[in-house]
Structure formats: C-alpha cells, structure tokens
Design a protein around this ligand. Structure first.
Ligand SMILES: [Zn+2]
Length: 289
C-alpha cells in the first residue's frame, strides 16, 4: 500500500501510467489512422495529421470517471488486493463519493475482472452447483427455490488437493444445456473432471472426460465445497442482495482475486491493463435496474 500510494501520488502520475499502457504498442489515430502524435501535458496525444486529441482515459473503463483518476486507481488497488469484503457503501465512505458513483465504478472494475476464457482448466477438476440469495436452508444439493440464483462452479486442484483456480457462473436451471456454458468457457476436453451423480452432466460425457462420484454430503468434494462456502459467505456479508443481472459480476470478482492470490504483486498492474483494454462501458450498459 505504501509503495503504491507513493507511486501514484497525483492524478498526473496515474494518467502517465495509463498513457504508457495504452500506447505501449504505439499511437494510432482513432479518426484518421495516422501514427504520428504529440504528447500533451496531461498525457493526451494529438494526431499530427488531423489534430484529433485522445485522452489517456478515452476508450478505457476510466473514461469520464467523475471523481478523479487517482481515486479510481485507489479503488482498483483495494478491489484487486482486498482479502475482505468491499461494498459500494464502504468505498463511498472511504473515498468521499456517493454510493451510486462507487457502485457504478465498481461494476466497471468487475467487467475488467471477467475471465478472458483463453486458459481452460486441463488438470483435475471438480464441478458442482450451488445457490446464492434467498433464504438459506442449509441443505446441500440442488435447490429449486426460485428466489435463489443458481450457480455452477468448477475448481482445478493441485496434486495435493489444493485449489489452483476457480470459475463460477450463473445458470438458469440445472439442465445440460445450462451446465455446458461453464464447460465451453472454462474446461478443456483433456481435463479430468469429477461431478456428483446429477444426470445433467451425462450428455456432456461425449465431449468431456467426466467421472461421476457420490457426493457423500460434499465430503468427496472437500476443496470445492470449501470454496462454495467461502463465495457464499463473501456475497452474504458484502451484499445483502444480489440482483440476477449482477450475479456473474460478483462471481467474476471473487474468482479473479482467488485465481491470482499466488501472484499478488502483479495483480494491480494486471487489473489496470484490463481496464485499459476493455471497451468503454456506458452507464446504461453497466447498471440494469
Ligand atoms: Zn488523425
């Protein structure tokens, strides 16, 4: 934190860093395609041919951030490195912005945390479903309570049974068609997958290497169930209510941090690169209800 705060001690330092990332492969004018440009004092670039000026934040998720780029960097830092829950309410108070502003920006950060889906799990993988929200009944297994959001979740295990990576996504029901979404996005056909005896996985056996095992109340999927417990309690303590629309975003945030917990020193830089690479999101796309 001290190192971070010293490095990004002004809006200028943050803009300089954004410009460095954004144009690391060279400048190309968005209007005319020309590659020659002048650098302005605020690190914007002005095209030598058509004079179009592009700011360091334009076309990134920092576009038009209302409360200053430095605060935005600090929120990114907290969201990428926290080990605790970080609600919009907490961020609003801590950084002196409204809760609505905090919530909107935090959703943009979660967009950047979304998996690129380019590194499918190919080792030992355990998969199960769970529910979040609604009234907790404590019973294991598939819940059909419509007030709850259904989630399918995969963990990849190390040789000694520890969690290496995790992915989770919201599903509408427990059918093969819905379960397949997780497989298509995150599971390699080479992965050695184990699920419980749910028949929804049977049709996927043609394309994926799936073994089914008794759940035994979760005992046969211990690491997976520990993670499920953690993500559920994280969501419960941070967000009293998770809308249908935002469920995947919270899951992305949780998995993003978890999957980089061994590479903590690089996580902030990774997040800023993702914020710069992502197309700018307008408010209407971010907040739905
Ligand atoms: Zn131009």
């Amino acid at each position: 934190m001290i190192e971070f705060a010293a490095r990004f001690n002004s809006d200028k330092k943050c803009l300089e860093y954004l410009a460095y990332i954004k144009w690391s492969a060279g400048f190309k004018c968005k209007k005319c395609g020309h590659t020659g440009a002048q650098t302005r004092r605020n690190y914007s670039r002005t095209c030598n041919k058509c004079s179009h000026t592009e700011s360091a934040t334009a076309n990134t998720l920092f576009h038009k951030v209302k409360f200053g780029i430095q605060k935005a960097f600090f929120i990114c830092f907290e969201m990428s490195t926290t080990t605790k829950s970080l609600s919009a309410n907490y961020v609003a108070e801590r950084f002196g912005v409204t809760e609505k502003t905090a919530r909107l920006f935090m959703h943009k950060v979660r967009e950047a945390m979304k998996s690129s889906e380019t590194m499918p799990m190919d080792g030992v993988v355990h998969i199960d479903e769970f529910v979040i929200g609604g009234k907790e009944d404590g019973k294991p297994g598939r819940s059909y309570d419509t007030s709850k959001k259904k989630v399918v979740c995969a963990v990849e295990l190390t040789d000694d049974g520890k969690v290496k990576r995790m992915y989770a996504m919201k599903i509408d029901n427990y059918s093969s068609k819905e379960l397949r979404k997780l497989f298509d996005a995150h599971i390699s056909p080479d992965a050695d997958v184990t699920t419980d005896k749910w028949r929804g996985y049977l049709p996927l056996m043609k394309e994926f290497n799936i073994t089914q095992d008794e759940s035994n109340g979760g005992l046969n999927f211990k690491a997976l169930h520990t993670m499920i417990h953690q993500v559920k309690s994280w969501i419960r303590t941070t967000y009293s209510w998770v809308s249908e629309f935002h469920t995947d975003r919270y899951l992305n945030e949780f998995c993003y941090r978890l999957n980089r917990s061994q590479a903590k020193s690089g996580i902030f830089n990774n997040l800023i690169y993702r914020m710069v690479d992502a197309d700018k999101k307008y408010q209407s796309e971010i907040i739905c209800n």
